[in-house]
Design a protein around this ligand. Sequence first.
Ligand code: HEM
Length: 131
Amino acid sequence: MIHILSIAAGFGAVLMVTLRIFELAGTDRTMAETERRYIGWVWGALLVLLLSGLGLIIGEPVRELINPIFWIKVVLIVLAVIVSLVFHGKVMRRLAGGGAVTGGIKAGSIFIIILWCVIMLCGRWIAYAPV
Ligand code: HEM
């Protein structure tokens, strides 16, 4: 339950930042305010996901550790963390400083959303993958 609620918090925050980049929500806030408002939720949720995920592994270690979908999910999570570090560290800081939203930045924010969706799919798929 904690794992799923953290997904809601983290993915919700990622969606809000992306909607602001596309000027579809939160346009009464500056990019800097939007980033300040949601960044803690993204990293906080990922931390709770990591801790609750470790709990799930300890609960059923064999089911998880021999499951190929679990390992695909782990690789995608590492990728998502690296991409998010760059996106929030460099890109959002540039936007918060008044930089323009480019097509590349829009594509990057959509890529992060797709990554979250695929990770969610993998998380659910673990239960059905033949091992
Ligand atoms: C950060 C490290 C993470 C670890 C170690 C981890 C680990 C796990 C484990 C062991 C399960 C149980 C799978 C099973 O046996 O059925 C699980 C379920 C799940 N995880 Fe994660 N997870 C992590 C992060 C994430 C993230 C970032 C997301 C979403 C973006 C996510 C989405 C899910 C989903 C949707 C489920 C299925 C829950 C269910 O309906 O039973 N996980 N995770």
